[in-house]
Design a protein around this ligand. Structure first.
Ligand code: NAD
Length: 492
């Protein structure tokens, strides 16, 4: 079975049949997460959102006015606005979590709530902006972290309000104005967060409109943002397509792109803990976070034990046939616009769904306690190769650390995003960290420890691997300016 290779032609099932199965399953779901109030891209529960515009041009103009007002304010006043953003984010975390799940059909309310609390508690504010001073025979030189001005931010559907709030705190702490072009599939949730920031600003004595967005974000509105002369910095959080687009815009850009985080488990690890940590990380918000465990490379001699403990932690072990049948549904054919060739891509309707819902798509009934679908596959299986963002976890057996590192590095596809390892062998840990070169490397913990959830350090929802800012914070959204006083102002 282990030698069996992935064969996409093994199942004769048409695209139309797949579509029908997915629709049937999704229609049968109870709407447990529905928010209490009516909502759309411009309002929630009868409250009209502040800072949402019909055109990107109007949104940029309003952001410029907000930025001008912010420039007049002291750092202390900026911090008051941020304190109020934190307070409202805590108070409305569950509302935004429910709205996010209801609007996108992805993720879990309890985990999205936790992500909002993480943003409120661990996103750095103005304390992240630190000036440098150098003194010497020739006087004093100051280096200050100045705002860029207007920032254009493109945000994803997977952490919609979390990214808008985390970006807003960091960008406003740095003194910038921000205009968002959110993901169209998460527009109400994203614009809820834009409105929250504006409510916080007003309550804390700031401008009524501090950050802005549009009611109908499209590729066109993104283009207006990318080419508008008033926008001085682009920050993009999303898949490879959008990161490529902003990096070729001709403007300074911060790109936070896709990942496909591998996990290695060697035979020195605490296997029971590794199994629990991996399932906890992989299933967090149904695997939507870009840092979440996506495929496991387990030493042959501990693989059975690892699978045993994973099953004790809510994993369902699929047979090879079940895994291949599910692959037919969660991956679909799509024409590559550039080459004109067909290629397998993830079925967006399956992204972020509960494990039991995915299982029911291949006719297997499971209860809600099942939170992850595991299976043994070979390295070439699409579950290993594709960034699924679903609670599906393939396990590949490896003979030794050389094979484990070789395959894990290949599966990461050079994204240099995130990787994980469970081991007590310091040499193994160091070798993998060096070889994989990721922005985040988590040892012996669930993936979310890498963004400050049960691990040290601040949080971010914009992990900028391609452009090198890493775990972004307020200082990432600044430009350095030098001020020189020659031959004076030295007191020694
Ligand atoms: P996506 O790439 O579909 O969309 C991201 C944003 O880009 C959306 O607002 C979308 O409308 C816009 N967009 C897409 N193509 C564009 C183009 N050519 N020009 C302008 N705008 C464009 O992403 P998604 O499905 O919402 O999010 C999932 C992806 O994002 C995954 O690949 C995940 O790994 C990645 N992600 C990365 C991070 C990070 O911090 N590195 C964080 C979250 C998500």
């Amino acid at each position: 079975f282990l030698k069996r290779r992935w064969n996409p032609l093994a199942f004769e099932i048409s695209e139309a049949q797949i579509e029908k199965i997915v629709e049937q399953v999704l229609r049968s779901l109870p709407d447990a997460s529905a928010p209490a109030a009516q909502w759309d891209a411009t309002g929630y529960g009868g409250r009209k959102f502040i800072g949402i515009f019909e055109s990107m041009e109007a949104a940029i103009e309003a952001t410029a006015a907000g930025y001008k007002a912010l420039r007049e304010m002291t750092v202390e006043q900026r911090e008051k606005i941020i304190t109020e953003i934190r307070r409202l984010t805590r108070a409305e975390a569950e509302t935004m979590a429910r709205l996010g799940v209801a609007e996108t059909g992805m993720g879990r309310v309890e985990h999205k709530t936790a992500k909002h609390l993480l943003v409120a508690d661990k996103t750095p504010g103005t304390e992240d902006i630190v000036s440098e001073a150098r003194t010497g025979d020739h006087g004093l030189t100051l280096v200050e972290m100045a705002p860029f001005g207007l920032v254009g931010s493109i945000t994803p559907s997977t952490n919609p309000s979390e990214t808008v709030l985390c970006n807003s705190i960091g960008m406003v702490a740095a003194g910038n104005g921000v205009v968002f072009n959110p993901h169209p599939h998460a527009i109400a949730t994203s614009n809820y967060a834009v409105d929250l920031v504006n409510r916080a600003s007003k309550a804390a004595g700031g401008p009524e409109i501090l950050v802005c967005s549009v009611a109908k974000p499209t590729m066109e509105t993104a283009k207006v943002m990318q080419t508008h002369p008033a926008i001085k910095l682009l920050v993009c959080t999303g898949g490879p397509g959008v990161v490529r687009a902003v990096l070729s815009s001709g403007k300074k850009a911060i790109g936070a792109g896709a990942g496909n985080p591998p996990v290695i488990v060697d035979d020195t690890a605490d296997i029971r803990k590794a199994a629990k940590d991996i399932i906890d990380g992989c299933t967090f918000d149904n695997n939507l976070p870009c840092i979440a465990e996506k495929e496991v490379f387990a030493f042959q001699n501990i693989a059975d034990e690892l699978i045993h403990y994973m099953r004790q932690n809510g994993a369902y072990l699929m047979s090879a046939e079940q895994a291949d049948a599910l692959a037919q549904i969660v991956l679909v054919d799509q024409e590559d616009k550039k080459t004109g060739k067909m290629r397998r891509v993830i079925n967006r309707k399956c992204v972020g769904r509960d494990a039991d819902v995915l299982l029911s798509m291949i006719g297997v009934k499971a209860d809600k306690e099942i939170r992850c679908l595991i299976c043994e596959t070979d390295f070439g299986h699409p579950f290993v190769q594709e960034e699924l963002m679903m609670p599906i976890l393939p396990i590949v057996r490896v003979g030794d650390i050389d094979e484990a590192i070789d395959l894990a590095v290949k599966a990461e596809h050079g994204n240099r995003h995130t990787a994980h390892m469970h081991s007590k062998n310091v040499d193994h840990l160091s070798r993998f960290a060096k070889a994989v070169e990721t922005t985040i490397f988590v040892k012996n913990a669930p993936s979310y420890a890498g963004i400050g959830f049960g691990g040290e350090g601040h949080t971010t929802f914009t992990i900028a691997g391609p452009t090198g800012e890493g775990i972004t914070s307020a200082r990432s959204y600044t430009r350095k300016r030098r001020c020189v006083m020659a031959d004076s102002f030295r007191i020694i």
